[in-house]
Design a protein around this ligand. Structure first.
Ligand code: R5P
Length: 297
């Protein structure tokens, strides 16, 4: 099959035009210029229109992991971080039970789910009605997409159904590219996964940083990319990852464990914020973290 053969060839033969930024007329976010007013307005509550970037705080892990480390008591660990993020990435259960309704932060609502860590994670379904997302005043719908996973097609169709529903109500969809244990976290994989999500309608995409070639992932994805933090790293490494991702085209972070599992989560999110919105270096952000009482773990 000629096309498949071509897809498996070394991606180094491709030209991502890294020196030529994608142009978007009429809006501050890449690839979003042709969207309707309500969609743009919601995106502008997730991404700061001044910096064009976002600090999303991810604490939805319990939807498949239960009370993971740092999220045993969301009221204790997450509420103090709320003032320092732009967007809360959260399940409707935690939103309704613990989040103050007076929050001025936008909500990226986790809307896929089903299997626990005890089962095949890619076997997710849509777990929230679009009307329920409207009731939760969601500014974005977050859905896991398992490209290459056992239930790849099902998860992709979950996303496309949400895109159709989101279009109806002008709620953007954030596709989260999930990586199973069996899949290599390579630029080639993430180029495939992020581009598939964008082509099939996702308005922005959450993916992982790769030490090599991350700029090729952002270059060939026509909509904004935010990075997940992934497993807990020492603070200097996590901050460096943020700096490099932003320099290589990320529009922000959607970070969980590297913030709420830090010895000083408030200092850490403030340090991350300084990189994302103020363009600080990782070194300066680390100094800020320490000045705020943070200990390197
Ligand atoms: C994972 O599926 C969850 O949706 C998390 O929101 C995501 O992994 C980001 O959190 P972390 O920065 O801890 O990787």
């Amino acid at each position: 099959m000629a096309d498949l053969d071509n897809a498996s060839k070394d991606q180094d033969t491709k030209d991502y035009h890294l020196d030529l930024p994608q142009r978007t007329e009429g809006f501050f976010l890449k690839g979003c210029g042709n969207l309707d007013w309500g969609m743009k307005n919601r995106l502008a509550s997730v991404f700061n229109p001044q910096s064009g970037k976002t600090v999303m705080l991810a604490f939805d892990h319990g939807y498949f992991q239960g009370p993971t480390t740092g999220l045993e008591r969301v009221d204790v660990s997450i509420l103090p971080l709320e003032p320092h993020c732009d967007t809360l990435m959260v399940t409707r259960g935690i939103l309704r039970s613990l989040m103050p309704a007076g929050t001025q932060k936008s909500v990226a609502l986790r809307v896929s789910g089903g299997p626990s860590i005890l089962k095949e994670l890619s076997n997710e379904q849509i777990a929230v009605d679009i009307e329920e997302a409207v009731r939760c005043n969601a500014s974005a719908l977050a859905v896991q997409v398992f490209v290459g996973g056992e239930f790849e097609t099902q998860s992709v169709i979950n996303m496309t159904k949400l895109v159709d529903q989101g279009q109806r109500y002008n709620i953007p969809v954030m596709a989260v590219t999930a990586v199973g244990k069996e899949l290599a976290r390579t630029p080639r994989y993430f180029r495939l996964a992020t581009r598939m999500c964008a082509e099939l309608g996702a308005n922005f995409i959450k993916t992982y940083y790769t030490e090599e070639g991350f700029e090729t992932i952002t270059a060939c994805c026509p909509v904004p990319i935010v990075i997940a933090g992934g497993k807990k790293l020492p603070e200097p490494e996590a901050l460096k990852m943020c700096e490099l991702a932003l320099k290589q085209g990320a529009a922000g972070v959607d970070m969980g464990r590297n913030i709420f599992q830090s010895p000083n989560p408030v200092a850490m999110i403030r340090a991350v914020r300084s990189i994302v919105h103020d363009g600080e270096t990782a070194e300066k952000a680390l100094q800020m973290y320490k000045d705020l009482g943070g200990r390197v773990s």
